[in-house]
Design a protein around this ligand. Sequence first.
Ligand code: FPP
Ligand code: MG
Length: 280
Amino acid sequence: MDAALEKLLPAAETPPTSIHGAMRYSVFAGGKRIRPILCLEAARIFDENISAALHPASGIECIHTYSLIHDDLPALDNDDLRRGKPTCHKQFGEATAILAGDALLTLAFELVGATPVDAERRVAMLTEVATAAGTVNGMVGGQMADIEAEGKRIGAKMLEYIHRSKTAALIRASVTAGALCAGAQAKDVTRLRKFGETIGWAFQVTDDILDVEESSAALGKTAGKDIAQQKATYPALYGLPRSHEIANELATKAIAALEPYAERAARLREIAEFLVLRRA
Ligand code: FPP
Ligand code: MG
């Protein structure tokens, strides 16, 4: 994935060098690459040759990185630390960080659109990714609701909406885009979408848990922020023990969607297990 991103991102020497330097700084800051790996492994179920899926996988990692850059801005979560390094705006200033985020979001669609597969698959992937990044049950909508829920008492339904929109949608799109790229049939795309949505939800429940249980050093970002900012989280609503149970139940449900693929989905199953067991 790193090699693909290295090739597909504009070189640091390309003018304006400041924006390309900032984009590269955040993309290569040491993220786990979970979304692109999910995309590649979903593709592998339907086609052993996964090289075309490097395009949507890279595009989605660009969208994810843009979301972190903007999430960290003073007007949003206002954070100094991300992926163990100073946040993009701390390193390059706010104007450059805003533009680096915009540029990564735009580049994502350029990359997905340039995937070396037929036009029908490319259009299907573009729609999938655009919807997931958008406002209707998508990442921006979830982020808006997340901000508006700060300091408020919200119920289980709203919390579920926030987590499924701000985080699960892009993870779902990662898996679905991989399947679409590899030419999966409609019924398989539906199954993979279900897997992605459910494991994405489990991923954000785990993220909430880690914010309480882990240190900033372990997470590479400021720990304990959710309580400090009175965020709507699973531990806040259900407590830690029940949150762990919910994450595990969701992961089990996600893995069940992979049943028809038996051994072909072994890696995807392993990643799903890792996503709820991870400590960072
Ligand atoms: C950590 O991912 C990120 C999340 C759990 C997603 C949280 C959602 C947002 C920040 C949405 C922001 C949206 C906008 C529009 C600003 P990770 O653990 O995979 O991080 P890594 O790539 O650093 O490993
Ligand atoms: Mg946030």
